[in-house]
Design a protein around this ligand. Sequence first.
Ligand code: UD1
Ligand code: PEP
Length: 429
Amino acid sequence: MEKLVVQGGARLKGEVRISGAKNAALPILMASILADSPVTIHNVPRLQDVETSLDLLGELGIPHARNSESSYTIQPPAEHGHVAPYELVKTMRASILVLGPLLAKCGHAEVSLPGGCAIGARPVNLHIEGMRQMGAEIVVENGYIKARSHGKLRGAHILMDTVSVTGTENLMMAAALAEGETVIENAAREPEIVDLAKFLNAMGADVRDAGTDTIRIHGVSRLHGGEYTVMPDRIETGTFLVAALATQGEIRCTHTNPDFLDAVLKKLTEAGAQITRGPDWIELKSTGRPKAVSLVTAPHPAFPTDMQAQFIALNAIAEGTGVVRETIFENRFMHVPELRRMGAHIDLEGNTAISTGVAKLTGAQVMCTDLRASASLVIAGMVAEGVTEVERVYHIDRGYESIEKKLAKLGAQITREKMCPTRIKRTEA
Ligand SMILES: CC(=O)N[C@H]1[C@@H](OP(=O)(O)OP(=O)(O)OC[C@H]2O[C@@H](n3ccc(=O)[nH]c3=O)[C@H](O)[C@@H]2O)O[C@H](CO)[C@@H](O)[C@@H]1O
Ligand SMILES: C=C(OP(=O)(O)O)C(=O)O
């Protein structure tokens, strides 16, 4: 077990290179299963979730090789396994993304149900219902989704009850090799959906209107291999920008895309940041103590739930009161009790967090509960007086590439340390 040890007080300054997007790389790695010749994917971030995805491909009997720091070649054979076991799925919810490709390619798939997690129940009923509409027979038994199609999947008109990112992605991948046209209505519009569509099209698929709420997919008979570069991580970008504003610093994020971050940049500006942007970079300059902001999370293009925790950390030390309403996940405020331990004044009322900024936080031992909660604790640690020890950092390693190295390069005082096994003192009765 490792922890991040943060000495507060440093202002972030300098340039940081943004990695490829986790939430685009994962579906793209899974979609490579559909190809009938090798696929090379560039700008893949070095993350635990990517390792888990590669392990899952390996478990399925799909060979892959690392070409360089961020480039991989996947070589999908004509025949391979179709079971995604609990041991791998339980460590990464995005494993559910193998369901669509396996079913479309092999005609059957068994994928462990991912189950609930810290931020909410996160059911996958929409994935299952959509595939049933495409002709799949699906049963859920012994904790597994067991899906089978008799012949090819059939195109269908699918209206999704709720906007679901991985649900839309799974159905897009299943539809890519189906017979006829699939229309997904009330589809997610996240940039990662567009990136997956571009990748599928680069392999010969016919996916249209990704990025709108109605996606049309004309099934094709085969997908070939090719090369693709994953889009930049908009959530990593946003996290660094919030960290810079919270520490009253000045940074430039490179290799990113400001167009993906409109809602976040708007809130940063409202919080007092001076933002300048170019085609693939964003600069943020602080103008003093940040001002608290109010926001509501909602599907893209509205404010992303994956940036909510970082803004709660910002509001904790900002001037004034900020009201944050979380509408996507029912339990995504696990960072709040930890931030309170550092002196933050945050009231929780149902799905709303009301923060009144304090002049200073104080360092404490805190515990990560999920990926973005971890990022918020690191940000809080950087502005707190004294030392903060952030435990259970395996959560942060799922989604941030070398976070402590990138922050240290910007001037943060942060190190990764091994945790000592807890010593239990025995007292004689
Ligand atoms: C790997 C990946 O891309 N993860 C992202 C993806 O997660 P993920 O795709 O799991 O999140 P969804 O968009 O599916 O979830 C949105 C809401 O829909 C509900 N729902 C979803 C599917 C379903 O079958 N039934 C159902 O009720 C969920 O419980 C949640 O309340 O989108 C989330 C919302 O932007 C992000 O926070 C995650 O970072
Ligand atoms: C919730 C997230 O990821 P996942 O869907 O992989 O759990 C996230 O990236 O913030």
